[in-house]
Unconditional design. Sequence first.
Length: 318
Amino acid sequence: MYAYVVADDGVVPFRIEGNGSMVRGQVEGSGSVALAINPDNRTLYTVEPGSDTVNGQITGFRIDPDTGALSRIDTYATGPSARSVLRHGAQIYVANRAGASVSTYTCGPDGELLEPRTQVVNSRPGAMAMDRLGELFCILHPDAGQIDSYTVAASTVPGELTFADSVDTDAAPQWVAVESRFVYVSGLTGGVSIHALGDGGSLGTASDFAAEGGGGPIVFDPLGRFAFMANRQDGAVSVFTIDPDTGLLGSQVLTLLAGTPSSLAIDPTGRFLLVTTSTEHSLAMFAIDQVTGALSWLGTSDQTGANPTQVAIVSFQE
């Protein structure tokens, strides 16, 4: 199993051993803020943000399945102030904050990116999320305090987004995630707004959950039983159970960290959680109890480089 962390140094690869120890590999690229990995685990893409007046760029890398090492494919221009990237199937979506737009790239057979389609969205986009089936797409607009939903074309123009609905959400929204038929929005205030996702992409009125401590990115185990949120205020990971019928979160259990969490990732089996910390520049690995969702620490590396912002996991095991 391999982990990839984007930080000021570039993309930092780690080989993860069965005992939780981590071996850092050769850093590639330059400072990035987000990454996405092809579902077949063969290619990885990073985003360098640029600024409000300078275009960002997206760089593709091939992943060596034997060593986890990265080799550069090419670099492509994005819109100004690119801040997040999302991958599904053959499409890559990049949110351009300053341009108030989303660029959609199609991946070629060797991982190269074709000329993007760029469409204007309602306001400056932030985080993005998609349901597991790749049918519904959500864009968070932090400045406006809104979340928009889109349907995703599967045939006519693959990956094309069609606007469906828009609702107000948390007053200071920063992170969004989709699980089953529910959209979860986490804000700096620590609360979680939960919106039902209906047919055609309609969004329900928020059910607000007052989580303890500050908010952060949210991830889910593959079966949708547990939610894990980076609790930035308390320097912890919050673990919740999920009601499958209502999407509501159950009781909160905190696992304290040695720093402020900045990103989370769960391996495809749902057995392990990885957490980066921005203050300690570290990557920590936890085992997930398959009955309760409780976390048990396995190991930590302090070699992510400065300001790690996102982690992703690749596993080539059948």
